[in-house]
Design a protein around this ligand. Structure first.
Ligand code: MF3
Ligand code: CO
Length: 255
């Protein structure tokens, strides 16, 4: 069921969105060579406490997962696409790191992700991340009344495919509000002019993922959570929670 949000609810979601953005910025700055993924998770936990917010991810237990999610961040390094679990791994110079973070305040959730380089990264990694970010921007630009869900999917897909990148089959964005994952599912590929009409009050997490080799295939690691490429090729992932309003898209998870 698709639930539209009132202006007051969107204002609350803007508040938690700002906490998500601030945390992503702090974790991005802390993601330097030598730091462990668990140390980054600890930083995010501290920031949640400081802002009186709660994690959307910790203990989340969807039916596909063998165990509840153990962290407050998803940290996906190099060939990990999404849902990497923070562990004792140390970041190395040249690593490409996706940082995904969700939080809730007063029962309303925000969800966003960035991809950052650890130290110096090569030009191909930078292009991968930049293209994914551009795909997100294109998706956001299409998130306006009068358009349909397929227009967002198509905008995302067009940017990713023009660069000849892979897009993990079946993964995409989602509605967000009083739950982190709400209807509708938002595929990262679709046909323009098709699907749910976009109306003011619809709030969506838009989240393109791209794979450097061009492969759409992915596999689940033995931890039951981490989704990786099958060929060892690197991936990038960007995400914002976006409200559709009469004035167009409003990025809730911006600073
Ligand atoms: N941004 C991710 C998603 O929408 C966050 C889920 S991570 C989980 O799928 F650990 F909570 F599952
Ligand atoms: Co999400």
């Amino acid at each position: 069921m698709v639930v539209l949000k009132s202006a007051a609810e969107i204002a609350t979601m803007r508040e938690v969105g700002r906490v998500v953005a601030q945390t992503l910025r702090a974790v991005s700055e802390a993601a330097v060579p030598g730091v462990t993924l668990l140390e980054l998770d600890e930083l995010a936990r501290t920031m949640l406490a400081e802002h009186g917010a709660k994690s959307s991810f910790l203990h989340y237990h969807p039916s596909f997962a063998p165990v509840p999610y153990p962290g407050v961040l998803c940290l996906s390094v190099n060939d990990a696409i999404v849902h990497g679990i923070p562990d004792r791994r140390r970041l190395e110079p040249g690593d490409l790191l996706s940082i995904d973070f969700g939080a809730h305040i007063d029962g309303y959730h925000g969800d966003a992700a960035v991809t950052v380089g650890v130290g110096e990264i090569d030009a191909a990694a930078q292009r991968l991340s930049d293209t994914c970010r551009e795909a997100l921007d294109a998706g956001i630009a299409a998130a306006r009344p009068g358009n349909r869900l397929g227009d967002i999917s198509h905008a995302v897909q067009t940017v990713c495919r023009a660069a000849r990148y892979g897009m993990p089959t079946g993964y995409g964005g989602h509605g967000i509000g009083t739950a982190m994952h709400e209807d509708p599912h938002l595929p990262n590929e679709g046909r323009p002019g098709r699907g749910l009409p976009l109306r003011p009050g619809l709030v969506l997490a838009i989240e393109p993922m791209v794979v450097e080799s061009g492969s759409d295939r992915h596999r689940l690691q033995r931890d039951g959570w981490t989704v990786s490429t099958v060929d060892g090729s690197r991936a990038a992932h960007w995400e914002h929670s976006v409200a559709i309003t009469d004035d167009g898209p409003v990025i809730l998870t911006a600073l």
